[in-house]
Design a protein around this ligand. Structure first.
Ligand code: ES4
Ligand code: ZN
Length: 326
């Protein structure tokens, strides 16, 4: 048995975390019961047994089905608080959490239900767990850009609470240029921008996110390694890349973590940090992601400190908070 206390004690930030992806099978059953919803599985164990994904779209189908149990402000609050409690136990001291408003609006759940539940949990998590956080409002790239634009306008009451807008869901066939207007509008509003790119899509999706969406971070970005000029650009600009090692394994981006190009990204001088993405679906939280990298890549403690430091430096947090963690 390896002693992980040093890894738990290492201050970490999580920059790429879908709050809906923290919904555990157990909590799904709990919320289903509370809301009078019948699930298609007879137990949390049988639901967990269904978590076997061939690719991103197979995962997304279960993921969007799973969040049907999120109905009330309390559901969003409880979801986020349960995540913050587990994150705190992992030594996560700050989290940039993203959510997909369109996934909830499409089910008849109002925007203020999501915002009120999540923002209240974020405030309470700081007081109860000493975990700070920032909120990223993500758009689903497999839905119309017009809808995203509408949601962006409807979120006006919360612009002051949003650290950034994001772009997620099914990547291939939904390139960055589809969201040119949405991201230009966010820029006009003074909202920072991040986007998933180069997860399943090729390096051209990463280039598009930089050139067309004007993002300050790339989520995943692993396929950028296929384009040498792009790698140079990412290194020279020190563009942060929020890599999710276990996610890439669970979604079959790589057969085994040992085959992941994360060590090549680090060797190329890229500004990478690691994250859990959807911890309820992809083998756990930050500590499990670090431990998997330690095992697969033989990372020493110094490497873990460097990677954790990269995350702390690039997270959406105040300089005062950052200073206490670095
Ligand atoms: C996601 Cl792993 C991943 N990729 C794209 N969109 C997502 N939403 C939640 N998890
Ligand atoms: Zn993601």
């Amino acid at each position: 048995i390896v002693n992980n206390n040093w890894l738990i004690g290492l201050p970490k930030a999580e920059l790429h975390l879908h709050i809906e992806g923290t919904l555990t099978p157990e909590q799904q059953f709990e919320l289903a019961k509370r809301n009078g919803i019948t699930l298609a599985y007879d137990s949390a164990q049988s639901l967990r047994a269904a978590y076997e994904f061939d690719d991103l779209s197979a995962f997304l189908a279960l993921y969007y089905q799973g969040m049907d149990v999120l109905i009330t402000q309390d559901d969003f609050y409880d979801l986020a608080m349960a995540y913050f409690e587990r994150a705190a136990a992992d030594g996560v001291r700050h989290a940039d959490i993203s959510f997909d408003p369109q996934a909830h609006l499409a089910r008849g759940v109002a925007l203020d239900t999501c915002f009120d539940g999540l923002l209240t949990a974020m405030r309470d998590a700081r007081a109860q767990f000493d975990v700070t956080s920032a909120l990223i409002m993500s758009f689903m790239r497999d839905r119309d850009a017009d809808e995203a634009l509408e949601v962006l306008e409807d979120a006006a009451p919360w612009y002051g609470e949003i650290a950034a807008i994001g772009l997620d869901s099914a990547e291939v066939g939904n390139p960055p240029e589809k969201f040119r207007e949405v991201f230009a509008r966010a820029c006009e509003l003074g909202l920072p921008r991040v986007a998933h790119a180069g997860e399943e899509g090729g390096p051209d999706y990463v280039t598009g996110a930089l050139d067309i969406l004007d993002v300050c971070r790339i989520d995943h970005g692993v396929r950028a390694m296929e384009d040498a000029d792009l790698v140079d650009r990412l290194r020279d600009s020190q563009m942060p890349l929020t890599v999710c090692p276990l996610s890439n394994v669970y979604l079959k981006g790589v057969a085994r973590l040992e085959d992941h190009n994360l060590p090549d990204m680090i060797a190329a001088g890229l500004n990478v940090n690691i994250n859990s993405d959807d911890p309820a679906y992809f083998g756990g939280g930050m500590v499990n992601n670090f431990l998997a990298c330690v095992a697969a890549f033989d990372w020493d403690q110094a490497t873990c400190r460097t990677i954790a430091g990269n995350g702390l430096r690039e997270a959406f947090m105040s300089d005062a908070r950052r200073e206490t963690l670095l």
